[in-house]
Ligand binder design. Structure first.
Ligand SMILES: Nc1ncnc2c1ncn2[C@@H]1O[C@H](COP(=O)(O)OP(=O)(O)O)[C@@H](O)[C@H]1O
Ligand SMILES: [Mg+2]
Length: 142
């Protein structure tokens, strides 16, 4: 991952989430892993859609809640989009073949990454999203 500004940000509108997604896409390098943590509706899937846009992915990004992972290969890098909400923990994640994706030369983006944190490398980019007032979001990038 190229340098990206770390820290706490208040994002006022979804346009701000889009700007963040585009900048993450610009910084992404093969094999990078982005761990998204945040409650339902905070914008994990929205952020992933904007990362996909920034990678130049043409397909519509659909939440992979029931499939665990969806792959998109029409952009600058392959995107592996996970939603691990339905998994019990890291073991089930590994059993589902996650390591093949994580070690591949694409960009892995994982919604509900806290559930599988023990199976993620320490250098994953952590993006924590919380609700703030109105449509605002508090985003921590670690
Ligand atoms: N600032 C914002 N950032 C991200 N999403 C926002 C924002 N404001 C409103 N939204 C809306 O919140 C919803 C987030 O849903 P989604 O991305 O599916 O959340 P999650 O994947 O975290 O459950 C979308 O309907 C999106 O349009
Ligand atoms: Mg989602």
């Amino acid at each position: 991952m190229k340098d990206i500004e770390k820290g706490n940000f208040i994002i006022d509108t979804e346009a701000g989430t889009r700007a963040l997604g585009l900048s993450i896409a610009d910084a992404a390098e093969p094999g990078d892993i982005i761990a998204l943590i945040g409650d339902l509706g905070t914008g994990k899937t929205a952020l992933t859609k904007y990362i996909a846009e920034g990678l130049g992915i043409k397909e519509e990004v659909i939440s992979p809640t029931f499939t665990i992972v969806r792959e998109y290969r029409s952009g600058r890098l392959p995107l592996f989009h996970f939603d691990v909400y339905r998994l019990s923990g890291p073991e089930e994640f590994i059993d589902a073949g996650a390591e093949d994706y994580l070690e591949d030369s694409g960009l892995s983006v994982i919604e509900w990454a806290d559930i599988v944190a023990d199976a993620l490398p320490a250098d994953a980019l952590l993006v924590n999203i919380e609700y703030a007032e109105d449509d605002k979001r508090r985003i921590m990038i670690i």
